[in-house]
Design a protein around this ligand. Structure first.
Ligand code: ATP
Ligand code: PRP
Length: 211
C-alpha cells in the first residue's frame, strides 16, 4: 500500500491538525493522547502519520522520508529547507519577538547579547539593524536568560504573553507573525499529486468548518 506519509509534532499542532482531518472524515481511531506510538494510520489506511520533533519536520520532508509536513513558520524561518510551502493552516498562531526588561533601548545599543531558540532569525534581524550581537542558543525556558543576567534580550515565541508577564519581561519589538504551514516534498508533489491535493482539500475543509 502506498500511503501518504505525513510528519508532525505531537502536542498542540497534531491535536488541531487531526481535528481538521476528522471534519473531512479522515479519522485516526486508534490514537489517544496518552499513546506512545510514533506511527499511526488513518481508518481508511491511506495516511501514515509519523510523530517527530517540531524542528525535524522539514528535515523528514526535504529528504522524502515524509511526503507532507505540518510545521510552524518559525521552524522554517530558522532552518529553511528545499520544500514547497503550500498552505497556511492558521493554527498555532503566535509571534516571534524581541523581549526583555521594560524600557530596554534595543535600537540604541551597539552590542547585544541575545538568548534564543532561533539564533539565525535573531542574528539576521539585528544584522539588518546594524546591531552587533552575541547569540546564546538555548532550547527552552528562554525567558530565564535576562532574569539571571545571561543576556540583554531574548528572541522567542510569544502567544498569550503570560510567560513574559510572569517573569517581568515585555515585548520590545515584533519580528514576524507565525502560524503552522503545510509543506510538501518536491518529488512527492510530482509523483503523488492526486493524494497530496486530496490531503490539502481535506485540511482546507477542516479550516472552513472551523471558520
Ligand atoms: N505558545 C507557544 N509556544 C511555542 N510554540 C508555539 C506556541 N504557540 C504556537 N506555537 C507553535 O507550535 C510549534 C511547536 O511547538 P512545541 O512547543 O510543540 O515545540 P517545541 O517547544 O519546539 O518542542 P518540544 O516541546 O518538543 O521541545 C512551534 O514551532 C510554534 O510554531
Ligand atoms: O506567550 P505564552 O502563551 O506564554 O507562550 C510563550 C511560551 O511558550 C513557549 O514555550 P514552551 O511552552 O514551548 O516551552 P519551552 O520553554 O520548553 O520552549 C515559548 O518558548 C514561550 O516560553
Amino acid at each position: 500500500m502506498d500511503y501518504l506519509t505525513v510528519a508532525m509534532a505531537k502536542g498542540r499542532t497534531a491535536d488541531r491538525a487531526m481535528d481538521f482531518l476528522e471534519k473531512s472524515d479522515v479519522r485516526f481511531s486508534d490514537f489517544t493522547d496518552e499513546s506512545r506510538k510514533l506511527v499511526i494510520y488513518d481508518d481508511k489506511q491511506t495516511i501514515k502519520l509519523i510523530f517527530v520533533k517540531a524542528v525535524d519536520v522539514p528535515v523528514y520532508v526535504e529528504n522524502g522520508a515524509a511526503d507532507v509536513g505540518i510545521v510552524g513558520k518559525d521552524v522554517m524561518m530558522e532552518d529553511p529547507r528545499d520544500v514547497y510551502e503550500l498552505l497556511d493552516l492558521g493554527i498555532g498562531r503566535c509571534k516571534l519577538a524581541v523581549a526583555g526588561f521594560p524600557g530596554t533601548p534595543v535600537d540604541e545599543m551597539p552590542f547585544l547579547t541575545v538568548a534564543s531558540k532561533y539564533p539565525a532569525v535573531a542574528k539576521e534581524y539585528f544584522d539588518k539593524k546594524g546591531i552587533r550581537t552575541e547569540m546564546i542558543k538555548l532550547n527552552g525556558s528562554i525567558e530565564l536568560a535576562p532574569l539571571i543576567g545571561m543576556s540583554d534580550v531574548i528572541v522567542d515565541i510569544v502567544e498569550t504573553g503570560t510567560t513574559l508577564k510572569e517573569n517581568g519581561l515585555v515585548v520590545l519589538q515584533e519580528i514576524a507573525e507565525v502560524s503552522a504551514r503545510l509543506i510538501v516534498n518536491k518529488a512527492s508533489y510530482a509523483t503523488k499529486t492526486a493524494d497530496i491535493q486530496q490531503f490539502i482539500k481535506d485540511m482546507k475543509e477542516g479550516l472552513e468548518v472551523r471558520a
